[in-house]
Design a protein around this ligand. Structure first.
Ligand code: COI
Length: 356
């Protein structure tokens, strides 16, 4: 495997950072991992200070959007050892996104080793509060200077790390959109690519103007079946059954979603992975059978839904303190921080790397 060169910053920003008051996504640690793809291979892997990246105005990413990313987390266990969570699955999903967007894949072993070494260097930045974590953002974008619509021949891959609190600090209100779609079958909905997030912004803005927090996306053909929220996957509890839509190509294959499905099955919950329509959700609500709705994502962890607007319906839920979402959140945070025994082999300790 390629060697990773290390160039440490002289002065850390950590002493000036209050890890207990961190807005999501704005505070970065001192170092980043970076490597370039040129002439058919990844090269020059290194960890160096976070810095701006000069860019030619004809950079292909700026024009045609070849850009993909991941979102992962590391927490510390009781002995202060950082734990990565399902890093191999993030590497695999990054490569699936890369293939869909005609971008080069990365050796999963190098991906995980880069994360490991960066997290090892930035271990002191991992917040200790329950629910907080070091958020890891691997991303890749095109760097050819060319205005033709074609896959770039050069790319940059970077990993940033950020101390974070959970993405949502309260239960959320969702508006099921019947005006806009996030993704349709055959599109790029399953890829973690920047354009999916850009496409969501206008609908989110309009939903916020109407008093909601986020959009609940419906299928791109009939506006009938639930897809996801854009920042997280979605689960419904109806008549004691936990239901989530299948990832059929238009929905992100959430790693938190997958973890929750394993945990729920192990705990003996009845789980159904099947299409669920908004009509079914409304009917269950009207018949007092809709017990709970929650979102699941790496950044969001598990968040209760307190309201869903859909056409002229307003579904009002009263999330309980002991909701299934809260139970799952406790479970996954416990697994991530080593407080709950990892029966799944999802966590990996990051021991201090020599010379780091
Ligand atoms: C994540 O959960 O890691 C994501 O990438 C979602 C993003 C909107 C913060």
């Amino acid at each position: 495997m390629m060697e990773i060169r290390i160039d440490k910053v002289k002065l850390s920003k950590l002493p000036q950072t209050d890890l207990t008051k961190i807005p999501f996504g704005r505070v970065f640690t001192d170092h980043m991992f970076i490597m370039e793809y040129k002439n058919g291979s990844w090269q020059n892997a290194r960890i160096e200070g976070v810095r701006s990246i000069p860019m030619h105005p004809a950079n292909l990413t700026l024009h045609y959007g070849q850009s993909i990313f991941e979102g992962m987390k590391a927490s510390k266990n009781e002995d202060g050892v950082p734990l990565l969570f399902r890093a191999d699955m993030h590497a695999a999903r990054m490569n699936a996104s890369a293939k869909r967007m005609c971008m080069p894949t990365i050796d999963p072993a190098l991906f995980v080793e880069a994360v490991r070494q960066l997290v090892s260097m930035e271990r002191d930045w991992i917040p200790g509060d329950e629910g907080s974590a070091l958020y890891i953002r691997p991303f890749m974008f095109a760097t050819d200077e060319f205005l033709g619509v074609a896959p770039s021949e050069s790319y940059v891959f970077i990993i940033l790390t950020l101390p974070v609190a959970p993405y949502y600090s309260h239960p959320v209100k969702l508006l099921a959109s019947t005006d806009y779609i996030r993704a349709a079958k055959g599109g790029v909905g399953e890829a973690k690519t920047a354009g999916n997030y850009a496409a969501s912004l206008l609908a989110s803005k309009e939903a916020k103007q109407k008093g909601f927090d986020q959009v609940l996306w419906l299928d791109g053909r009939d506006f009938k079946y639930v897809q996801e929220v854009g920042t997280m996957n979605i689960f419904f509890v109806i008549n004691d059954k936990v239901i989530t839509p299948p990832t059929d190509g238009a929905i992100l294959k959430g790693i938190t979603r997958d973890s929750f499905l394993h945990i729920l099955k192990d705990k003996g919950y009845a789980v159904e992975i099947r299409p669920i329509s908004m009509d079914e959700v409304v009917e269950a609500y009207q018949n007092d059978q809709l017990q709970e709705v929650f979102g699941a994502g790496t950044a969001a962890v598990a968040v209760d839904v307190q309201q869903i607007g859909y056409k002229d319906h307003l579904i009002e839920l009263n999330p309980r303190k002991d909701s299934l979402a809260q139970l799952l959140k406790k479970e996954i945070n416990g697994l991530r921080s080593g407080k709950i025994e990892d029966r799944y082999g999802w966590t990996e300790p990051v021991y201090e790397v020599e010379n780091v």
